[in-house]
Ligand binder design. Structure first.
Ligand SMILES: N[C@@H](CCC(=O)N[C@@H](CS)C(=O)NCC(=O)O)C(=O)O
Length: 205
């Protein structure tokens, strides 16, 4: 069975969300990042970067949350979460956009407004990153104003990646002026697979 090295409130929720969307069997290997599980030799042998998520699928080891999501979408139940090859322009564009263009700025804001010890925080870096984030969010907002999902009318792995990054932006209070993006995130969060991946407590009657 596949194994996902996972911790709540980390990028490991992204591949878990995909695994759940596809209805695949998998085992969670819980990782306590505060305790330093990621630096243990047996994990370092899987990912020398000592970061989660990592997926083990038989003999195959896959690192990088985006790569794991796209691997799963192509490898299992093709056509469900990955569009046809000739319809992947927006799919690839936004999968890379999240990692190469948007997330750096979200990390910068997170580090310098919450994560680093106060004496190391640089408010001017937060201000600069917020300016860039606005422009970058506007591009996603314009794209989604004309279609319900990243690739037209079908939910794909690109929505998992874009939705996860926007969810994080929302948690940091950055979606205030983007009502369309807030509605898109709420729509994705209503999916059962999102809720399982994020261990959301769902009220049961
Ligand atoms: N680019 C990597 C980033 C992975 C990453 O930053 N993982 C964090 C959790 S979200 C981690 O393992 N942090 C522990 C550490 O760096 O010690 C990916 O998308 O998989």
């Amino acid at each position: 069975m596949m194994k996902l090295y996972y911790s709540r409130q980390s990028r490991a929720t992204r591949p878990r969300w995909v695994l759940e969307e596809l209805g695949l069997d998998y085992e969670i290997v819980p990782m306590d990042l505060r305790a330093g599980d990621q630096r243990k030799p047996e994990f370092r042998a899987l990912n020398p970067l000592t970061q989660i998520p990592v997926l083990q699928d038989g003999d195959r080891v896959i690192c990088e949350s985006g790569a794991i999501c796209l691997y799963l979408a192509d490898r299992y139940q093709p056509g469900t979460l990955a569009p046809a090859l000739d319809q992947r322009a927006d799919y690839y564009r936004f999968c890379f956009y999240i990692y190469n263009t948007l997330e750096h700025q979200l990390v910068e804001i997170f580090l310098h407004s919450r994560f680093l010890p106060e004496e190391q925080r640089k408010p001017e870096r937060v201000e600069q990153a917020k300016k860039l984030v606005r422009v970058r969010l506007q591009i996603i907002s314009d794209h989604l104003a004309r279609r319900p999902y990243i690739t037209e009318d079908r939910f794909t792995a690109a929505d998992v990646l874009v939705g996860s990054a926007l969810d994080w932006a929302a948690m940091q209070g950055l979606l205030g002026d983007f009502s369309g993006l807030r509605a898109y995130v709420e729509k994705l969060k209503a999916r059962p697979a999102y809720q399982i991946a994020h261990e959301v407590e769902v009220a049961r009657s």
